[in-house]
Design a protein around this ligand. Sequence first.
Ligand SMILES: [Ca+2]
Ligand SMILES: [Ca+2]
Ligand SMILES: [Ca+2]
Length: 184
Amino acid sequence: MRYLKVFAQGRGGRDHTDKIVARFYQRDNCGADQLMHEEIAFNLDREGEYEHGLYDLHLSGDINGDGKEDFLDQRIFNSFVNVFMLLGWFDFCAGHSHCLTMHVKHYSANGKPNAIELNFIERSGEQETLVYKASAYDGDGDAVMDSFTNTDVNRSGKVDELDKALIRVLCKFFLEFKWYAHKE
Ligand SMILES: [Ca+2]
Ligand SMILES: [Ca+2]
Ligand SMILES: [Ca+2]
């Protein structure tokens, strides 16, 4: 199984995000996780202020697996990072951190992903706690997710269309990474 783990690092609060790290893991049959590649987006502002959409990307190469290292890799990762930041799923308190993992949960008969799971995890030392999860489903088999769990993913205190839009767009970019094994 392949999955993606994303987290932000900074000096406190959502306005002081220094970088966002995305790690692409592969889990073998014995349950051991292997880090296959890591991508980083640094905040460009020297004051450490979060400036929407402005990142200095440090990519390992061809991250969408199309055989080319080009602007498309940059564009997908930049877009993904921007949506991830809208979740506000970070906590820079000492000893605590938040991360999001995403993986394809299910495939349709034609081998296309038709369910994606998002896990919102809090880490404290070596301990990882699943705080909540969200899922997206593709009902009509075109590999575009079209229904979503009622999850307050941006922690606004209510579940509304914005939460669904965030899940939908996150899943869209996640699928563009092609970080899944066909028909597990
Ligand atoms: Ca590429
Ligand atoms: Ca669909
Ligand atoms: Ca919400």
